[in-house]
Design a binder for this molecule. Structure first.
Ligand code: C5P
Length: 276
């Protein structure tokens, strides 16, 4: 039996995010372009005789049943038509993706756990079953089963994988504060104003509460980014550069404590690198 499995769970940025309206289920109708980046958490799944456990050095990382890794384990057992609660696996998480940053860290962990636990527990699931299970974990979890460049519609869970963008270098700047996605959408509902010059509809309402967001986007543009924006509902802001050296120079100029330089990843690269 397979004892241990190590996978990488990549972060994403949203190259574009349009909020098209409020849905009857309380979610928002979206049109977004997801893009994988190489910034990743590492998840190690080890079979044990004890209870299901999530371990992480970061004390702010929730290690209980509210974690999407735990919920993914419950979904995999449901797919196997088992009624028991998760048992007999320790999941060690090396957390590199900042939380509450709009980089999809929790969702990416959830998608990675679905796939890894299917392998560890030898549960056969069709692509549709896996996609459906992912969508019950969160609106952008299905995207992380695909990776690369993809359009997301409906809640972000109807995916159209498209040709990968040309490789680019990404400067990701994460301010000290986090943003709750739920709250950001509530801000949008209170003043749904679209600015066609801004590629993320949530940027305006987030920047209104956290003006540093606009400052960072301006700074990234000034440093030569060919595209700069808030990612998802924030708080992370990113800038795209063609050359690594330009991205590194921009990161140095911005000099924040949580600034990353990382390449975009194609769908094929996500697959190839996930298991390393
Ligand atoms: O699906 P997930 O749990 O990741 O979403 C978090 C929150 O973000 C939801 O509870 C909802 O308030 C908001 N959301 C939304 N419309 C979307 C995606 C998320 O309103 N398409």
């Amino acid at each position: 039996m397979m004892r241990s499995l190590r996978v990488r769970a990549f972060a994403k940025i949203n190259l574009e995010l349009r909020v098209l309206g409020l849905r009857p289920d309380g979610y928002h109708e979206l049109r977004t372009t997801f893009q994988s980046i190489a910034l990743a958490d590492t998840l190690t799944f080890t079979a044990t005789r004890g209870p299901f456990r999530i371990e992480c050095d970061d004390p702010s990382f929730p290690a209980d049943h509210t974690n999407l890794i735990w919920k993914a384990a419950q979904r995999v057992l449901a797919l196997a038509r088992k009624r028991e609660q998760p048992f007999g696996v320790t999941v060690r998480v090396e957390k590199n993706i900042p939380m509450q940053a709009g980089l999809g860290g929790g969702s990416s962990n959830g998608a990675a756990a679905l796939q890894a636990l299917c392998r560890l527990w030898k549960v056969k699931a069709t692509r549709e079953e896996l996609h459906h299970a992912a969508a019950t974990l969160g609106a952008d979890v299905p995207y992380f089963l695909e990776g690369g460049t993809a359009l997301g519609f409906h809640r972000g869970d109807l995916l159209v994988p498209i040709d990968d963008i040309s490789p680019a270098w990404v400067v990701v700047v994460v301010p000290e504060f986090g943003v709750s996605t739920k709250e950001a959408f509530a801000w949008w509902d209170a003043s749904p104003r679209r600015n066609p010059k801004v590629s993320n509809d949530l940027q305006g309402v987030v920047a209104k509460r956290h003006p540093v967001v606009s400052k960072l986007v301006r700074a990234l543009n000034k440093e030569g980014a060919f595209h700069a924006s808030l990612s998802g509902s924030g708080s992370a802001v990113f800038g795209l550069f063609s050359r690594r050296s330009d991205a590194q120079a921009a990161a140095r100029a911005l000099a924040g404590p949580r600034t990353f330089v990382t390449p975009t990843l194609s769908r094929a690269a996500c697959r190839r690198l996930a298991a390393k």
